[in-house]
Design a protein around this ligand. Sequence first.
Ligand code: 5U1
Length: 534
Amino acid sequence: MAVSAPIRNRVLKLRAALHEHNYRYHVLDDPAISDAEYDRMFGELQHLEARYPELISADSPTLRAGAPPLKQFAPVNHKVAMLSLSNAFDESDVLAFDKRIRERAEIEEVEYVAEPKLDGLAVSLLYERGVLVVGATRGDGETGEDVTMNIKTIKSVPLRLRGKNIPEILEVRGEVFLTHAGFRKLNEDQRSKAGKLFVNPRNAAAGSLRQLDSRLTAQRPLEIFFYGVGRVTGKIPDTHRALLKAFKTWGLRVSPLADLVVGAEGCIEYYERIAKIRCRLSYDIDGVVYKVSDMSLQSKLGNISRAPRWALAHKFPAQEESTVVQGIEVQVGRTGAVTPVARLRPVFVGGVTVSNATLHNRREIERLDIRVGDTVMVRRAGDVIPEVVSVNTGKRPPHTRRFKFPDTCPVCGSEIVYEGEGIVARCSGGLYCSAQRKESIKHFASRRAMDIDGLGDKIVEQLVDKNLVQDAADLYSLTVEQLVGLERLAGKSAQNLVQSLERSKTTKLERFLHALGIGQVGETTAQQLAAHFG
Ligand code: 5U1
C-alpha cells in the first residue's frame, strides 16, 4: 500500500528541519533547539523510516547513526589527485616561496589565504547535485578508500548542500579530526570497556574513520573542516577566499581562523599569531597553510611533483619526539602528593630541551608499563608539563623490569597512603617530610604568594638541609651571618635577601593567606576570605 501523503510530508518536514538544525549547530555555531528536541525529532524520523523503508533517502540524517558493517572498503580513484603540501620550517623558506611566486607571476604583491593546518586525516567528499554520494580517504593521493557510510555519521558533514550556485559536481576536500575533549572521552569509553586506548587524537580519528562498522564510527565525536576542492563541473568563485565563503553558505564548515594575508610578511605574522594561541585551541594543529588566493594564478603556477606551487605548509616545531627513559623516580610535592617522573635522554620538543616528563600517577605507570631503557614518545604542548604519551615496546631492551611504585616516601620514609580510588599517592609524613617542608617554603616565597625576591629554590633547599629553617616562619629569624655561608649567597646577596624578607612583612592579607598553603585555599579563595574578613 502506498504511503499516505501526510506521512510522506512529515518525513520530508523532519528531514528538512534536522538538516537545518544540524547546519545551525555545526556550521553557524548557533543552535536553535535543545539537544533533547533534536533527539526527539531524529527518533521520530528513524521510526518512520523503519516503518516505511520506501521513504529512506541517500541524504537522510538518520544515516548518521551508521549502517551494518562492510567486509572491506572499496577503492576510490581520485579523478583529481589529492596532493600533499610542500613544507617550510623557517622564515627563509616562506620568503623563498613568496619570491618564487612573485617572480613567476611577475607581480609585486601576493594575497594568500592562511589557515591552521589540522593534524587529522585528509578526506574527499563528492557532492552530485548537492547530495553527498562518496566520501573517501586520501590513500596514496591517487586511490583512496570508500568510507562514505562513515563520513555520513560525522554530524558536521552536510548530507545535502544548501544555498545557491552549487556546482553540479563538487568534490570538496578537508580534514577529519577529533578535539582534545572528544579524544579524552573516546579513550575513557575505551577504558571502561577494556578496549584499546588511542595514542593521540590523530590516530583515534584515523582508526574511527577506517571502521568497517559505521555504527561504531557514529559513536566517535569526529569533526571536519573543509579547505579546498577537487573535481568541479560548473563555476566556482575566482578567489580561494571567496570559495571558503561559498563553502560556508553551502553548509560546509571552514576554519574560523582562516584569514587573508599579504606577502611573506603577512604570512609570518599569521604564523606567529596562531603559534601564540595554539595551546588554547581545542584541537591539534601542526602548522599553518598559506594558499595563493587568486584561483587563476593557482592554475598558472600549477604543481611540482606531488605538491601545488601555490600552497605551503609552515610547520610548528614538533610537539612529540621519541627518546629513551634513563630513570623513573618519584617526586614529593608540597601537599605530599607523590608523582612519578621519567628522567629522559634530553630531547628537543615543542621548542625546548626536555629531560623530565611527568608520568602523572600509579595508574598511568600501569597503563604505559613504562620501564627504564624504554623508547618513549614525549609530548610537550604549549606551557603544559611534558608527558610520556606512549612506549614503543618493540624497541624494549632485554631484561627490563616493571616499575614498582614505592610503599614508603623516598625522602622521609613515611608510609605512602592512597586516595582517589587508589590512584593518588601521598606521603603521610606531613611537615616531618623535608620534601614537603621545602615545597611549602618555596610556595610561600613564590611570586604570586609573598614574592620574596632572592629566595630561589636552591637556597630554600640549602636552608632546610642545613636545618636553618623548619617552616616559613623561621625565615624571618635568619641573619646575614647565617646566609653568607650558603652557595649562591655571597656578600651583598645575603643582605638583599634579609631586606626582601623584611619587606615581605608588609603584604596584602590575600597574598599571606595564599602563601600559607592551607588545603582548599587557592588564590581565589584567599581573595574571597580577605575581602570578607578584611
Ligand atoms: N588547512 C589545510 N590543510 N591542508 C592540507 N589546507 C590544506 N590544503 C591541502 C592539504 C593537503 O592541500 C591543498 C593542496 C588543497
